[in-house]
Design a protein around this ligand. Structure first.
Ligand code: AP5
Ligand code: MG
Length: 215
């Protein structure tokens, strides 16, 4: 049976940073809904064009579009053993759709680490974030700097600042998260799957707490 791990946490909590490491350590695929939207945006697909306005405003892409995109992604062979889900589900309707998809794929959610970080810290993290153009590797000018400024350590590609990391958009994204995604914390707590992780610790400390949680 496929093992699926859902990473919950506000924008800037460290979901992408940690999913990358967890994926390496567990061998499970890393599925980031935000990364898939950004790849589509870069390739100017219909999906990318549709998502762009929502993303730039800091709002969620509609559920039907997001669910169809993830359904297709999870049906691929590299997800058969399971996956680390980063940024999906984000609404109760998406959580419901996920449980239906996994039932069909003979998989289940085995753990839901919730990386908790207060808003003031999130703003500091997102304003200093630099992302790699080629593969989305994540850096921070202060907390996780690349060896050479502006260049990805892993693949040498250019680092850029995300359009939606501007302060006004970050504020909107945090509000949207509080309104639409926080109900999932209780949902997964009631299901006995939630593990709360203190996301204000160092990147390495959060990784080790997560590894304990998902073992
Ligand atoms: P998405 O890309 O998922 O953005 P997000 O959820 O807002 O989260 P972020 O990627 O901003 O943060 P993160 O938690 O991954 O943090 P990171 O590891 O980078 O979504 C973008 C948009 O796409 C949405 O707004 C929406 O429009 C759309 N979308 C996506 N999914 C959707 C869905 N399911 N439904 C509808 N719409 C959807 O870390 C942040 C920074 O902090 C980095 O610089 C990092 O180096 C640093 N850092 C990380 N951990 C630490 C630490 N412990 N200490 C110090 N610094 C740290
Ligand atoms: Mg991310």
């Amino acid at each position: 049976m496929g093992k699926y791990i859902v990473l919950l946490g506000p924008p800037g909590a460290g979901k992408g940073t940690q999913a990358e490491v967890l994926s390496e350590k567990t061998g499970l695929a890393h599925i980031s809904s935000g990364d898939i939207f950004r790849e589509n945006l870069k390739a100017q697909t219909e999906l990318g064009k549709l998502a762009q306005g929502f993303m730039n405003r800091g709002e969620l892409v509609p559920d039907d579009v997001t669910i169809a995109m993830i359904r297709e992604r999870l049906s691929r062979p590299d997800c058969k053993a399971g996956a680390i889900l980063d940024g999906f589900p984000r609404t109760p309707a998406q959580a419901q759709a996920l449980s239906e998809m996994l039932a069909q794929l003979d998989g289940k959610v085995v753990s839901v680490p919730y990386i908790s970080v207060p808003p003031a810290v999130l703003i500091e993290r997102l304003s200093g974030r630099w992302t790699c153009r080629a593969q989305g590797h994540i850096y921070h000018s202060q907390f996780h700097p690349p060896v050479k400024a502006g260049v990805c350590d892993e693949d040498g590609s250019e680092l850029y600042q995300r359009e939606d990391d501007q302060p006004a958009t970050v504020e909107r994204r945090i509000r949207v998260y509080l309104d639409q995604t926080t109900p999932l914390i209780d949902h997964y707590r009631q299901a006995g799957l939630l593990v709360e992780i203190d996301g204000t610790q160092s990147i390495e400390q959060v990784t080790s707490a997560l590894l304990t949680a998902v073992e």
